[in-house]
Every structure is written in C-alpha cells, then in structure tokens.
Design a protein around this ligand. Structure first.
Ligand code: AMP
Ligand code: MG
Length: 524
C-alpha cells in the first residue's frame, strides 16, 4: 500500500481555467432552441459493462411543480427554458416520464468517508438519464443529465432515495453561482418539488434537482474496483474516462499515470479556486471528488463570511477534517487515494508518486496567481508572500467578512487614505489594518497601474455576491411556503456576481444576527 503523505501542504499560507461546463456567452437564437421531444439523448456511460450500473426507472412523485430553472444551464443544452413551465418538462425532470429514448441508470461507486474506507456506496438517489450535446460550451461535447432525489436504487442502503426541497435549492443555487464565478462545477438545470413528505430531523417535502456534468465519475468509482480486486473493470473504467474525457493522454507513455497527473492538477486548481473565493465544500469524501476536477455533490457547503481559517461549515464534521484551512491537504489526500486505486494500472509506486508530485506546486502557483489578482497586483515581488500572510493574519484577528473585504479593497486609492474608511470599518483592530494598508500602498507603487484600472481588474475577480447561507435560507423558507420568487431572484443576482447591481445591494450585506444560529449538516 502507498503511504499517505503526512501534512502534504502546510497550514494555509493564505489562499485561468474557465469552468468547463460554462457557457461562453454565445446565446443560441430562439430559432435554434430545442423542445424536449427534439433533445437527442444518448448514454455513453451505459457503454460500460452492466457491472458498472443498474438500469432502473425513477420513482414518480405526485403533482410536481417547478421550484426553479436556470436559463443559462438550459441554454447550454439548447433547451428552451420557456418549456420549464410545461407539464411535460415537470414530469420528465421529476422522473415521472421518460425523456424519449432515455434508458436511465444508477452507477456504482465506493469511497473513503471522513478518512475511513466506507465500502460500496453508489448513486443512492441520483439517476442518470443520459447525455445530450452541449451548445456554446468549452470544450464542445456532451453533458450528462442526472435526477438527484429520484427514488430508491440498489445503492440506497438504508436511506429513502429522496432529497428534500431545502438541500435541492441549495445545490441548484450554488451550482449556478459557482459556474458564474468561473469555478469548475456540475451545473443545475432545475428543481422540481412535490408535496410528498420524507423524514429528516423533521418531516420535509421532496424535490428533484436535475444536475448536469460531462461526467459524474468520482475518485470512488475507481476505488470501488481496486478494493474489490476487479482489475479488469478498473482498466475498463480508466480507458472509458481517457477515451471520453482525456483523449490526448492516450499518446502518453503511461496513460494511466497521465490520468492521475491530470486529475491531480485539476483538483489542485479547483481547490485553489475554492480557497481564493472562500468556498468550503463540507464533505470532501473521495466519493464526492470528480475525476474531471469539478465541484461535485453540494451538501453542507458554505462561503467564508467572518474570516476564520479554521472555520468548519459542516455541522456534522466534528473533528474539522473539512475545515477551510484543511481543504488543500484533503485535496492532496484524496489524490493519493485515487493514486492508490490506479496503482495496478500505473505499475509502480514511484510512477504514482511522480504523477501526484505536481499537486503542491500546481496548488500554490494557482492560488498565488488568484491572490495576486484579488489584490490587484500585476508583478511578482519577493515580499509578496509576507504581504499576503500579514493580510490573512489581520483578517483572522478581526474576523473580517471575506467577500466584502476584497470587494472594498478595490476602492483603495494610493494617495488618498481617507477613502479607506469603509474598508477600515470592517476591522476591529484598525491600527493593524492601517499598518497593512501602508505596506500594500508601497507594494502597489511597484506596479504601474492607475487606481481606476486596478479597481476594474479587481472587481472582475472579487465577487460582490456569493451564496451566503442566510440568503439561501430566506429563499428556502419562502419556497417551503410555495413562494418560489426568491429562488429566481437570488439566482439572477448570483449569475452576475461581479456586477455592482445597485438595485440588489442588500444581497451583498453581512449576515443578520439570526443567521448565527443557522447550521448546515449532512442531512439532505
Ligand atoms: P453524500 O454524503 O450526499 O455524498 O452521500 C453519500 C452516499 O449516500 C451516496 O451513495 C448517496 O447516494 C447516498 N445517499 C445520501 N442520501 C441518500 C438518500 N436520501 N437516499 C439514498 N441514498 C442516499
Ligand atoms: Mg455524494
């Protein structure tokens, strides 16, 4: 067995790619939009042998209604979002009616949960409908459609195969928010609801979220075959992923080593993007890690508000394994778990280590670039690391709101400290801010950019709007009373996270006092 590197990345020294599922802005003309009957559905995953999945139909839910739909996700598959209101749309995306030609299935996988081998898991409540062509995505290709919460599967174990409205709205909004932030992620086409109840801490109503990703294959999909000693299936799966998603790796001397290296690189970049924007996934188990480096399986996630590097967003994570400052290490740990599973294909432990080696530098370089951009710095200077470390120290000391800080930092004027007031007001220890701001001003002078140009550049990378828990909670509570207007409004705000949106200024506000008691957990 490979031994896992202890502490592969040190304590977070403070935290390009376009999101692979993102639309490039070329909206299709209305004449090119498809209706549901014209959506040509394939299922490349079903090309795998039958041991990889179970074919089954979703379990219907009574009287579904539309909770939310993403126009931009619909555009990605050329679907007319106006059809979101139709009965046919509701029935199909609740799992009550088949998309023509679709042969739904649930996939098997396993995984390490909270660092412990959990054995077989699998799609316990997600059902893959198939894949459809994308439009305007980079790279062009096909994207899979999956219903989450569509009923029992052979992998449901003791659970009920359902998802509740609360968690479905959170996944829907966050998937689309992350895509708009330019962070690789699965997408969400829509959420439908039903008045059928399921039991969580209290009875809650069911919902189905339609997710989209080029592939939902996870690190745990590989671990499944490795730990059951089914090496033929392991190879079949690796070949499937290489052929469909990484064809250029086929020319490499060791394509499986190259697959591990590429996934490691993408994972390192993904987590650098999470750290930079202050996103916490909450459950970075290997069954939630995408082989394509996408943010996957939104559960008890959170965005950093009052900065605390040790913040734990998941109330069920008692040991803080997935705390903010742990994410880079855990990302590395997870890549090691994938390396372990791929070892029989790669050949030698040395080659596995070689493939994993890029994590640290890819992560640090990416984070460094992102943080330079967040601070509006153009050049690389020897003392930048110290400037960044000092910044994270004062953010920590004053528990400054992470998103507001970077957004306001863009307004700093080199020769006018009086304009710093709104920024300075975020700090409890203002002299500490003053000392840092003085250093920062000196540093800015090493680059030759005007205040105005720097602000434009910084506003393009420091979002004004992120999915704060309290914003999601307001939308959820209204939706639980059948008012879905806030889901739509919040989605519209989050789709333009870098715009000022003067009429939506209040969506950038600090959390109200009642939000302090909000807890998100694995219950979903
Ligand atoms: P998660 O923690 O959401 O990543 O889920 C871990 C495993 O539990 C996966 O195999 C899920 O499909 C399964 N699971 C979670 N919730 C349910 C549910 N309500 N019904 C069936 N399976 C579930
Ligand atoms: Mg999961």
């Amino acid at each position: 067995m490979l031994t896992l590197a202890k502490d592969p990345i040190g304590e977070l020294s403070p935290p390009d790619d376009a999101a692979r599922c993102n639309v490039d802005g070329n909206a299709p003309t209305s004449s090119s939009l498809l209706d549901l009957d014209s959506l040509e559905i394939g299922n490349s995953f079903a090309d795998l042998p039958a041991t990889f999945y179970t074919r089954l139909q979703p379990t219907p839910l009574p009287a579904p209604y539309l909770v939310g739909i993403s126009q931009s996700a619909a555009t990605l598959i050329r679907l007319d979002a106006a059809s979101g209101g139709s009965e046919q749309f509701l029935q199909i995306f609740t799992g009550n009616q088949n998309l023509p030609a679709s042969k739904p299935l649930a996939a098997v996988y396993s995984g390490h949960q909270f660092g412990v081998w959990a054995g077989q898991l699998g799609d316990g409540r997600a059902i893959l409908l198939g894949d459809v062509a994308t439009f305007g995505a980079e790279p062009p290709g096909r994207i899979e459609l999956q219903l989450k919460g569509a009923g029992l599967t052979p992998y449901s174990r003791t659970a009920d195969g359902r998802a509740v409205l609360r968690s479905s709205i959170r996944e829907f909004l966050c998937s689309e928010a992350m895509a708009a932030l330019g962070i690789p992620t699965s997408r969400a086409l829509c959420v439908t609801g039903s008045d059928q109840f399921v039991l969580r801490e209290t009875p809650e109503t069911c919902a189905v979220a339609t997710r989209m990703a080029p592939s939902f294959i996870r690190f745990g999909s590989f671990e499944h075959w490795y730990y059951t000693d089914r090496l033929d299936e392991l190879k079949t799966l690796a070949d499937h992923v290489i052929d469909r998603h990484y064809p250029h790796l086929r020319e490499q001397a060791n394509p499986y080593g190259a697959l591990l290296a590429e996934t490691t690189r993408r994972t390192a970049h993904l987590i650098a993007q999470w750290q930079a924007v202050g996103f916490m996934h909450g459950v970075m188990n290997t069954d939630n890690m995408s082989i394509l480096g996408l943010t996957l399986d939104y559960g008890p996630f959170g965005f950093m508000e009052a900065f605390d590097a040790r913040h734990i967003c998941n109330h069920s994570d008692h040991a803080g394994r997935y705390a903010y400052h742990m994410q880079p290490k855990i990302g590395h740990w997870n890549c090691f778990a994938l390396g372990q599973a791929l070892l029989p294909l790669i050949g030698t432990v040395d080659d596995v280590h070689l493939a994993l080696q890029c994590y640290q530098t890819e992560f640090s370089d990416k984070l460094d670039r992102l943080l330079h951009a967040k601070l509006g710095l153009q050049s690389l200077q020897p003392d930048d690391a110290t400037l960044l470390q000092r910044l994270f120290d004062i953010l920590q000391e004053s528990h400054v709101d992470y998103t507001q800080f970077f957004r306001r930092l863009g307004n700093l004027q080199i020769d006018n400290p009086a304009a710093d007031e709104p920024l300075r007001d975020l700090f409890i220890n203002r002299p500490a801010f003053d000392a840092w701001a003085q250093e920062y001003r000196l540093r800015l002078q090493l680059d030759s950019r005007s205040d105005q140009d720097r602000k434009i550049a910084m506003d393009a990378v420091n979002p004004k709007y992120v999915l704060r828990n309290y914003l999601a909670q307001i939308a959820i509570e209204k939706a639980q009373n059948k008012d879905f207007s806030e889901v739509a409004r919040l989605l519209a705000v989050l789709e333009k996270p870098f715009d000022e949106q003067l009429e939506n200024e209040h969506y950038a506000a600090l959390p109200p006092d009642w939000a302090q008691s909000l807890e998100v957990s694995c219950s979903s």
